[in-house]
Design a protein around this ligand. Structure first.
Ligand code: CMP
Length: 219
């Protein structure tokens, strides 16, 4: 498994850690846990995609992140006991392994590499969150759309003759929730990029044809 948590360990320890985790299969569209619930378990995605979302008091939804194989979630309530800070929903049929607090503690105490890998993942997330916050203030919607497409391509992209195919499995509404803008503005940006020949848009997927232009637009 290429998850940082396991890569940090030698093969024997990785197998032992994996053995202390419980596998769960989650059908597409199902909620893994909900915002506000008590939780003391973190998950690593083996296969599939998970969205982490928030509903505001007036009912509007926003997406904090879309995660794929190797990425972890649910660790905040594990390290800092308290309610879940987001709802985790499977965007596709998904397989995760879960690790409860009682099973993680001995690893943290006995294998500093595990703690280091978890801290590195948390640091990376904080960096990304800070950047996203700055983008909300300083970037326009097309810039944020370009950046979201590039991030999704880094996670889920596969080379195709025309460029990079990104099967993000998000509806246009969800893509807008991820960018933090209305569906109309996000659709307009996508249509504009498509007209310029930078991308090809399809249902729940997009092909990045001109990555360089998108990178310039995302800056
Ligand atoms: P927890 O609070 O237990 O449940 C929701 C999870 O969403 C949280 O742990 C993190 O794993 C994840 N999460 C929260 N905020 C972010 C964010 N800004 N980016 C990525 N993941 C997040």
């Amino acid at each position: 498994m290429q998850a940082p948590l396991f890569v940090a360990l030698d093969a024997e320890a990785a197998v032992a850690l994996r053995a202390s985790m419980t596998e769960r299969r989650i059908p597409r569209g199902s909620i893994i846990f909900a915002d506000g619930e008590d939780g003391d378990r973190m998950y690593v995605i083996l296969d599939g995609k998970v969205k982490l979302g928030h509903t505001s008091t007036d009912g509007r939804e926003s997406l904090l992140a879309v995660l794929g194989p190797g990425e972890m979630f649910g660790e905040l309530s594990l390290f800092d006991p308290g309610p879940r800070t987001a709802t985790a929903t499977a965007l596709t049929d998904t397989v995760v392994v879960g690790l409860g607090h009682e099973n993680l503690s001995p690893w943290l105490a006995g294998r500093p590499e595990v703690a280091e890998a978890l801290l590195a993942a948390l640091a990376q997330r904080l960096r990304r969150t800070n950047e996203a916050m700055a983008d909300l203030v300083f970037s326009d919607v097309p810039g944020r759309v370009a950046k979201a497409l590039l991030e999704l391509a880094d996670k889920f992209g596969e080379p195709v003759p025309d460029g990079v195919l990104v099967r993000h499995d998000l509806t246009q509404e969800e893509l807008a929730q991820l960018v933090g803008a209305s569906r109309e503005t996000v659709n307009k940006a996508l249509a504009d990029f498509a007209n310029r020949g930078w991308i090809q848009v399809d249902q729940r997927e997009v092909v990045l044809v001109d990555r360089e232009r998108l990178e310039k637009r995302a800056r």
